[in-house]
Design a protein around this ligand. Structure first.
Ligand SMILES: Cc1cc2nc3c(=O)[nH]c(=O)nc-3n(C[C@H](O)[C@H](O)[C@H](O)COP(=O)(O)OP(=O)(O)OC[C@H]3O[C@@H](n4cnc5c(N)ncnc54)[C@H](O)[C@@H]3O)c2cc1C
Length: 403
């Protein structure tokens, strides 16, 4: 969110400084599955998630886990999640999420035309495979809803799936082809953005954590990284899963929980799979990237920590041959497992907009499992908000002041 906002701002002639606590060699935006997903118009807060989530809690290899705890942030997040996990919220979210996704996809296509931005944007869609009648019915229903929103989603038979990737063995009942979706190589994109920003005069200040924010009653005056003071006309909080602690520095709320997920790469020179796959029941994502496959999954809601839960990684590994009998990834060594924290809002919608207390403070965070997908659109909207221009799409559903 920070880099895409800086991209659009510097292009419009603004002077931009990025304050980053790490070295920007890695963060949640690097090792993700790289999927651009207009198909994901149903937010995480959806009716089926509660009963399913409770069942998953009892398996150490399940794709979803909430660490039971008396952490007040988690309890407050959980209450908000429960309030939003209903059909009304799903119906309310579908249009704004689809508009945001489609805008982002078209901006990625524009970006891919620019010199230096060869981030392997590929428009083959995504195949959502299912093994059970129940998942098949749910996915077909979703495809119907998607078509009503203008998305290209088609239910395929096993034979049709086979025709698309003849060398990939299948043990599934069918798949939905999300043809409006795409994929890219996120780490290549991040490095290209960083290079563009550095070449175009953005001041990228690494290893400087924002630790204090000075404000008046209605505006931010300065931010501090330790003793160093930084002043600007406008300030953007784009701190991913750390955004709530940045927001707390000025006593505002950005309710988010970090949803930890894992990924790992396995070489696949045979390119048996060249269309990204989602596994409906196992909740695993597989993305072809430059001669390898990136396997990713799990959502652990807990405090930010650097523990790798090998059982959940094994859960990902064991699910693969259940769908694709000739794909047998090994359990990777712990050092080869990447993890990141999805900044997950309790209603599954991002926060994009001005804070209503501080007139020069903008939030661009909370994109959960869709932050790569929604990144470019968020960057453009941030610029439009700063310009006080009419935004390309209606952003009222993403108001950062809604909780
Ligand atoms: C396994 C996995 C698979 C995923 N797959 C997909 C996918 O296929 N498609 C998709 O759209 N999304 C996907 N996501 C989600 C996506 O990766 C995230 O939504 C996105 O990366 C979040 O971006 P961000 O800019 O908000 O946060 P980040 O990328 O985490 O960036 C936030 C930055 O803020 C910095 N920061 C924090 N606090 C401070 C501070 N106090 N001072 C200075 N700097 C600070 C951090 O160091 C960090 O660099 C996936 C996530 C995971 C974990």
């Amino acid at each position: 969110m920070g880099l895409s906002s800086a991209y659009y701002l510097v292009k419009a002639g603004y002077e931009v400084t990025i304050l980053e606590k790490g070295d920007l060699a890695d963060n949640c935006s690097y090792g993700n599955a790289g999927m651009i997903v207009p198909s994901h118009f149903v937010p995480l807060a959806a009716p089926g998630m509660i009963s399913q989530g409770i069942r998953w809690m009892f398996s150490s290899k399940s794709p979803f886990y909430v660490k039971p705890s008396l952490n007040p942030d988690l309890i407050s997040w959980g209450i908000k999640f429960l309030k939003n996990a209903n059909d009304k919220h799903v119906a309310y979210s579908a249009k704004p999420l689809t508009e945001l996704s489609l805008l982002s996809k078209s901006l990625y296509k524009d970006l891919a035309q620019e010199p230096g931005f060869n981030f392997e944007l590929t428009e083959k869609g995504i195949l959502m495979f299912y093994k059970t009648e129940k998942a098949g019915e749910e996915e077909s229903h979703l495809a119907e809803q998607g078509r009503q929103l203008g998305l290209d989603m088609e239910v395929l038979t096993v034979a049709q799936c086979k025709a698309l990737q003849p060398n990939l063995e299948l043990d599934v009942l069918g798949a939905v082809h999300y043809r409006s979706d795409a994929h890219l190589s996120p780490q290549v994109l991040m490095r290209a953005l960083l290079k563009y920003l550095a070449d175009n005069g953005v001041n990228i200040v690494r290893n400087h954590e924002v630790t204090k924010i000075e404000s008046s009653a209605s505006a931010i005056i300065a931010v501090y990284t330790g003793a160093q003071k930084w002043e600007a006309d406008d300030y953007i909080i784009a701190g991913g899963s750390w955004s709530p602690s940045i927001a707390k520095l000025v006593n505002i709320k950005a309710p988010l929980m970090p949803g930890k997920g894992y990924s790992f790469m396995v070489e696949e020179p045979g390119k048996r799979m060249h269309i990204p796959a989602l596994l409906a029941e196992a909740r695993v994502a597989i993305t072809p990237m430059n001669g390898s496959l990136r396997y990713g999954g799990t959502m652990e809601l807990d405090k930010i920590n650097s523990r790798v839960n090998m059982n959940r990684v094994k859960g990902i590994v064991e699910s693969i041959p259940q769908y694709f009998p000739n794909l047998h990834p090994e359990v990777p060594a712990e050092k080869d497992i990447w993890f990141g924290f999805r900044p997950s809002s309790p209603d599954g919608l991002p926060y994009i907009g001005r804070n209503d207390k501080y007139e020069n403070l903008i939030l661009a965070t909370g994109h959960g499992m869709m932050g790569l997908s929604l990144g470019m659109a968020t960057g453009l909207l941030v610029r439009e908000i700063i310009e006080e221009a009419k935004t390309t799409i209606d952003i009222s559903a993403f108001s950062p002041n809604r909780f």
